[in-house]
Design a protein around this ligand. Structure first.
Ligand SMILES: [Zn+2]
Length: 197
């Protein structure tokens, strides 16, 4: 069974959305114990991307019901786990295993757009843990574009933000810290030691 995307929605746009939402989670949402921010993310970017396999359930899936007592700890653990999976996906063999396990775990569903392109949509299930929700986004993007994970994904050495940028990946400096990647070889970046310390 293949899900047909709504008219005009491209497979690539779904993967772009999954990637952006997953990066937003690790780079911003998971860094603060802010239940309103998490709720916004779940009800906004996340909810717009997923298909719900059991739409008639009335279980509240909001942030407050996910983990009332220790939001900070829970978010930190989720972030660590997702960062580990991003790291795994950079290796082609581990990445393939990651994609496959997401698929057999029911986190993904094959889809097709009205131009005939085939891809993946993340699946939302009632009472699904936060890790699986973010994992499903990463996996949907990974399955369509595994090479990006191998060649373009990196963590900025200066600010720690995770991003995709094949040009900047070798230098490991994000767009905010390296406005001109071509100047890297001719002029060294300003003292990293000063910034790191
Ligand atoms: Zn940076």
């Amino acid at each position: 069974m293949v899900v047909t995307l709504p008219a005009g929605v491209r497979v690539l746009a779904v993967a772009d959305g999954c990637r952006a939402a997953a990066l937003d989670f690790v780079n911003r949402v998971s860094k603060r114990a802010d239940s309103a921010m998490l709720e916004d993310w779940l009800q906004g970017a996340y909810a717009a991307l997923v298909i719900r396999m059991t739409p008639n359930r009335t279980i509240r899936e909001g942030a407050t019901s996910l983990f009332p007592p220790a939001l900070n700890e829970q978010l930190g653990k989720t972030r660590e786990e997702i960062l580990r999976e991003f790291e795994l996906a950079r290796d082609p063999d581990n990445g393939a295993a990651f994609g496959y396990s997401a698929q057999v775990g029911g986190l993904l569903h094959p889809c097709r757009d009205d131009e005939g392109a085939e891809g993946w949509v993340p699946v939302a299930l009632p009472r699904m843990g936060l890790v699986d929700r973010v994992r499903s986004l990463v996996a949907a993007d990974y399955m369509l574009r595994p090479a990006d994970y191998e060649k373009a994904l990196f963590t900025c050495a200066r600010c720690g933000l995770l991003s995709f940028d094949a040009l900047r990946a070798p230098g490991r400096t994000c767009v905010a810290h390296d406005s001109d990647p071509h100047s890297m070889s001719s002029s060294p970046p300003p003292s990293r030691r000063a910034l790191a310390g």
